[in-house]
Design a protein around this ligand. Structure first.
Ligand SMILES: [Zn+2]
Length: 197
């Protein structure tokens, strides 16, 4: 399982990607991702932080449905189809290009909330995640001011499992997965020397 797999607007989920999926609350996640989320959830709970995953693994067909629903929604507000698609693509990946199809991505919200939006970033749950998620192998995948690199607008609720070592390196350096993969020399020995303790 390549936990550093890059799925973005250019690179699609490989056809042979078939993670072992398990239930995590009401959603499916790749098994290591689910186990780590559960550890994180319990740890957060002890500190008075209630977390849950409101969206995990998405099959390709579902991603397409979400995408088109959003496109039609914008079109019903008067946008042209090309503008509606462009606006949708700022927040939702094209079918085949969503990290949610890997099973390694989870959208996290407060335990008692139904959904998340940018106001989530102001909650104590979001702050806790930002400061602690890397300890459990998760990175904030689409940070503020990095849209030009990730191609996706700031999503304070979207976390991606990459494993503890990589998550620590990425979050402590304040970079994205793209920067970590493209700009860090990537042999294991070199990555080790870049580890920040
Ligand atoms: Zn997401």
């Amino acid at each position: 399982m390549d936990t550093l797999i890059l799925v973005d607007s250019i690179q699609a989920v490989p056809d042979d990607w078939s993670p072992k999926l398990v239930m995590c609350g009401k959603v499916l996640l790749e098994e290591n991702t689910a186990r780590s989320f559960e550890e994180m959830r319990k740890c957060a709970e002890k500190e008075g932080i209630g977390l849950r995953v409101f969206s995990g693994y998405r099959p390709a067909g579902y991603q397409k449905e979400l995408f088109m629903q959003s496109v039609y929604g914008y079109m019903s507000e008067g946008l042209s189809e090309s503008d509606a698609r462009a606006l949708t693509a700022r927040y939702l990946a094209k079918p085949g290009h969503s990290e949610h199809q890997t099973g390694l991505a989870c959208d996290i919200c407060r335990q008692d909330a139904d959904d998340a939006d940018e106001s989530f970033s102001k909650t104590k749950e979001s702050v806790w995640l930002h400061d602690n998620a890397y300890r459990f192998g998760f990175i904030l995948r689409y940070p503020r001011m990095k849209e030009h690199i990730t191609g996706i607008a700031y999503e304070p609720w979207h976390y991606r499992y990459v494993g503890e070592k990589h998550a620590g390196n990425i979050m402590k350096r304040g970079i994205t997965l793209e920067e970590y993969l493209y700009y860090s020399p990537f042999e294991n020995s070199i990555v080790k020397s870049l580890t920040i303790d």
